[in-house]
Design a protein around this ligand. Structure first.
Ligand code: SF4
Length: 328
């Protein structure tokens, strides 16, 4: 486990970071601000479908997939695995031209993007990096789908490009991970995160709030647990019940098993979560909105930016900020 809490240097950095957040009237460390500062200009992520599958669906780790998963529900239109990685990036750049983005990070988003031979991964990643406007990669994967060979290769790329591996941690609680059929434990996530950070590759983690067998206390304590790990970027979102998933069937049969948040409850929970979080972690996402035609519940009818606006307003009213209750 990460033991940096006993390190005086780290404590000084944490204190500085907390006071920076307060001084600059910032509510939290925002990932897009981080990227803009790092690259000196606006950076846009472009989703890429690398044509990977998932070991939790094809039987090698499990079958049926995670109970909440319907990958079709979060693919942008320009993502088409029949096109090469480079062609998809070309379409993505065209799509985002209207936002005057200057440079891009190729986001390998769907399924498990390290699930392939090293040679296959090299071909796809290096094709993405060959685009003159692509400055880095963001690679979404499962923590049990990296090994030392893959991490060493990514560490080599990280010397020249910005490389972030985004791990689907989903929960810090093993019972919950079992119930949602993740097919790995939290220890596996801890291992992958530490091995990645050790190689100076940026680490991202993804957590879902509101999964079965989670109460408020457990969710808030996961902010503390996650803060003990060398994570650079965190994505959070509320549990959504999406059509064509195992969870949708469970929900139909036993809706009382699920405690879906209403908007107000979720905002309040998030604020408390963010207050307990290490102020050095940058936050990339707070909410997810599956397309209306896929979503069963909860349906808040809000776009992401509208949600963020509400969250920030409430944080300001409460005098809240990231790390306010972080226990150094
Ligand atoms: S959430 Fe990820 S790991 Fe789980 S089934 Fe879907 S693609 Fe596979």
């Amino acid at each position: 486990m990460y033991s940096g809490f006993h390190n005086i240097h780290r404590t000084t950095c944490l204190l500085r970071c907390m006071s920076d957040i307060q001084k600059m009237s910032k509510l939290y460390n925002n990932y897009s601000d981080f990227l803009r500062q790092k690259f000196g200009q606006r950076v846009q992520k472009i989703s890429v479908n690398g044509g990977f599958t998932c070991p939790n669906r094809d039987g090698s780790k499990g079958s049926g997939g995670c109970t909440y998963c319907n990958n079709q529900s979060f693919l942008p239109e320009y993502c088409n695995s029949e096109l090469s990685v480079l062609e998809q990036i070309g379409k993505g750049v065209e799509f985002f031209k209207k936002y005057e983005a200057q440079i891009y990070i190729a986001y390998f988003q769907s399924y498990t993007n390290t699930y392939g031979t090293l040679q296959e991964l090299q071909t796809k990643y290096e094709q993405a990096l060959s685009h003159p406007k692509v400055v880095g990669l963001s690679i979404a994967t499962r923590p049990d789908c990296v090994d030392e060979q893959i991490l060493d290769y990514l560490s080599f790329l990280a010397k020249k490009y910005y490389i972030l591996i985004e791990y689907g941690v989903e929960s810090t609680d093993n019972e919950t991970l079992k119930q949602i059929n993740r097919g790995h434990t939290f220890d596996t996530s801890v291992w992958a995160i530490n091995e990645t950070a050790k190689r100076k590759i940026a680490v991202g983690a993804h957590l879902i709030l509101g999964l079965p067998y989670q109460d408020r206390r457990k969710m808030l304590s996961s902010a503390v647990t996650i803060s003990k790990l060398p994570i650079n970027v965190l994505k959070l979102h509320q549990l959504q019940i999406v059509k064509n998933t195992l969870m949708a069937k469970e929900f139909e049969k036993e809706p009382e098993k699920f405690q879906l948040f209403d908007l107000e409850e979720y905002i309040n929970l998030l604020i408390e979560f963010i207050e307990r979080l290490d102020p050095n972690i940058t936050l990339e996402r707070f909410v997810s909105q599956s397309p209306y035609e896929w979503l069963i519940a909860p349906n808040w009818g809000l776009k992401n930016f509208e949600f963020v606006h509400k969250l920030e307003k409430k944080m300001r009213e409460n005098g809240s900020f990231q790390g306010k209750k972080f226990d150094i």
